[in-house]
Write a protein that binds this ligand. Structure first.
Ligand code: UD1
Length: 439
C-alpha cells in the first residue's frame, strides 16, 4: 500500500520520548539466537519492518517464532536447516546475511544469497567472507549465493580493515567464532554500542566473548550454547532523531532510557551548534530557541559521528547560521536526499561525498520523496521545522526503522498523520501477535 505522511510544521516539540529497542542490535540478536537449539526469549525487539523481514528469513530456515508476554519474541531454532533463505527477502535487507555466521558455526554449512546493492551506496560482504575463510570454511560465490562449508570452524586471528571497522563483519565473525575450536582474536572490530549489546547476548548464551568495545575482541569457542532471556538496548539513532526534531523546532525533548555515552560525539556537535544539553545516567535532554551555529562533521565508525545521523545533522545545518561542511565517509550514495531538502528551500551543494551547506533562515513545506530510511527521518524533521504543510511519499523505507513514529511525534505536540492513497487516515500496527499472524 502506498502511504504518505502529512506534516504541519512550526510547532515546537516538547516532552519525553520513550525509546524503542535498537533496530541494529535486535537484528544481530535475532540471528545470534540461531546458535543454539534451545529457545531464546527476547525483550524490547521493535516491531519495525526490518525486524519483520529478519523474522521471515528465520522462519524460512526452520526457526519457530512466537510472541510471549509483553510483546517479547520467542525463538526456537531447534529445527534450523540449511535451505537458502529466499533472495526476495535477503535483498530487502543486508542484515539478512547475519544468518551465515550461525549456520556455518552450528550446522557447518551456509548457502545464503548475496544481499546485493543498496540505495545508500555499494555494500559488499567481502569482509564477512574473508572472516569465514580465515576460520577455515571453504567458501565459494556462485550464481549469486555464498556457499560456505566446514567440519568445525577453527579459531584464528581475523584482521578487519581499520578504515571501516565493519559492524556486520564483526557480528558475523563473533557468531562464527563462538562455536569454533579454540581462541579467536578479532582485530579492529566495530565498537558500536549495538555490538557491545550483542556480545552481552552471546555471553548470556554461554559464549566467551571479551573485549567488546575495545580495539580487539577475543572469542573462546565453546562446544555448544544454551538458550537465554535477553533485553535489546534502546535505539540511539531513534534517540538522535527525536533530539534533532526537538532542536530544529525550537523545542525541548528528553529521550530515555539511553546511556548518553552512546551518543557522546553527536552531543558534542550539538553543543558546538549552540543547543542546550542535559544528560542524566539514563536520559538526554536537548532544548533550543533556534539560532544554531554552523558546524563541520565527517562521519566515522563509533565513537565518531554515526553515518545514520548524517542526514539529521545536515538538515539542522540547513537552518544554521553560516557555512558547514558535511563529509559522508562511510557510504558513497548517502547524499542523494539533498535534492529533496533543496525543494524545501535548503542551500546545499554536493561534490562527491561532501556537502557544503549555507544556512537559510527557515525551510518551507513541499511535497518530498523519501529515498532511504534515515534520509526519510530527516525529511520528517525538516517538515516539522518548516513553515506550512509537507507531504512525504516513499515512507515504507521509514517504516524499516521507526516504531510508532507518528504517535511519538504527536505526543510531543507535532502535527503528523499517515494517509493511504484514498486519503484515509491509517495507523500502522505495532502488536507483535498481529504482525506475526500476517506474515
Ligand atoms: C551497520 C548498520 C548501519 C550503519 C552501518 C555503519 C546494522 C544492521 N546496520 O551496517 O545502520 O549505517 O553499520 O555504521 O547494524 N564494507 C565492505 N565490505 C564488507 C562489509 C562492509 O566494503 O564486507 C564497507 C561498507 O560498504 C561500508 C563500510 O564498510 O562502506 C561499513 O559497513 P558496515 O559497518 O559493515 O555496515 P553494516 O554492518 O552493513
Amino acid at each position: 500500500m502506498v502511504e504518505q505522511l502529512r506534516i504541519s510544521g512550526g510547532a515546537p516539540l516538547r516532552g519525553v520520548v520513550n525509546l524503542s529497542g535498537s533496530k541494529n542490535a535486535a537484528l544481530s540478536v535475532l540471528a545470534g539466537a540461531l546458535l543454539t537449539e534451545e529457545p531464546c526469549l527476547l525483550h524490547n525487539v521493535p516491531p519495525i519492518k526490518d525486524v519483520v523481514t529478519m523474522l521471515q528469513v528465520l522462519r524460512s530456515i526452520g526457526v519457530e517464532v512466537s510472541v510471549g508476554d509483553h510483546n517479547a519474541i520467542h525463538l526456537d531454532a531447534s529445527g534450523l536447516n540449511t535451505s537458502p533463505p529466499p533472495y526476495d527477502l535477503v535483498k530487502q535487507m543486508r542484515a539478512s546475511f547475519y544468518v551465515a555466521g550461525p549456520l556455518l558455526g552450528r550446522l557447518g554449512k551456509a548457502k545464503v544469497p548475496l544481499p546485493g546493492g543498496c540505495v545508500i551506496g555499494s555494500r559488499p560482504v567481502d569482509f564477512h567472507i574473508n572472516a569465514f575463510r580465515k576460520l577455515g570454511a571453504n567458501v565459494n560465490v556462485e550464481h549469486g549465493f555464498m556457499v560456505a562449508e566446514c567440519h568445525r570452524l577453527q579459531a584464528t586471528e581475523i584482521y578487519l580493515d581499520p578504515r571501516w571497522c565493519s559492524v556486520g563483519a564483526t557480528v558475523n565473525a563473533m557468531m562464527a567464532a563462538a562455536l569454533a575450536k579454540g581462541h579467536t582474536v578479532i582485530q579492529n572490530p566495530a565498537r558500536e554500542p549495538e555490538v557491545l549489546n550483542f556480545a552481552s547476548f552471546l555471553n548470556a548464551m554461554g559464549a566467551q566473548v571479551e573485549g567488546a568495545g575495545s580495539k580487539q575482541v577475543t572469542v573462546q569457542g565453546v562446544e555448544r550454547l544454551h538458550g537465554c532471556e535477553f533485553t535489546v538496548l534502546s535505539d540511539r539513532i531513534e534517540a538522535g532523531t527525536y533530539l534533532f526534531a526537538g532542536a530544529m523546532t525550537g523545542g525541548d525533548v528528553t529521550v530515555e532510557p539511553i546511556n548518553p555515552t552512546d551518543l557522546e560525539f553527536v552531543l558534542c556537535k550539538l553543543d558546538e551548534a549552540g543547543l542546550e544539553i542535559e544528560t542524566e545516567d539514563n536520559s538526554i535532554r536537548v532544548s533550543s530557541d533556534r539560532g544554531f551555529r554552523a558546524v563541520d562533521v565527517a562521519t566515522a565508525p563509533f565513537p565518531g559521528f554515526p553515518t545514520d545521523l548524517q542526514p539529521l545533522i545536515l538538515t539542522l545545518m540547513c537552518i544554521s547560521e553560516g557555512r558547514s561542511v558535511i563529509q559522508e565517509t562511510i557510504y558513497d550514495g548517502r547524499l542523494h536526499y539533498v535534492d529533496e531538502l533543496r525543494r524545501m528551500g535548503a542551500n546545499v551543494t554536493v561534490v562527491n561525498q561532501t556537502a557544503v551547506v549555507r544556512g537559510v533562515p527557515s525551510l518551507s513545506a513541499a511535497p518530498v520523496d523519501s529515498p532511504d530510511l534515515r534520509a526519510g527521518a530527516a525529511l520528517v524533521v525538516a517538515g516539522l521545522a518548516a513553515e506550512g504543510d509537507t507531504e512525504i511519499s516513499g515512507i515504507q523505507v521509514i517504516d524499516r526503522g521507526y516504531h510508532r513514529l507518528e504517535d511519538k511525534i504527536a505526543q510531543l505536540g507535532g502535527t503528523i498523520a499517515r494517509f493511504d492513497t484514498n486519503g484515509n487516515k491509517v495507523n500502522p500496527c505495532s502488536d507483535w501477535q498481529e504482525i506475526l499472524a500476517s506474515i
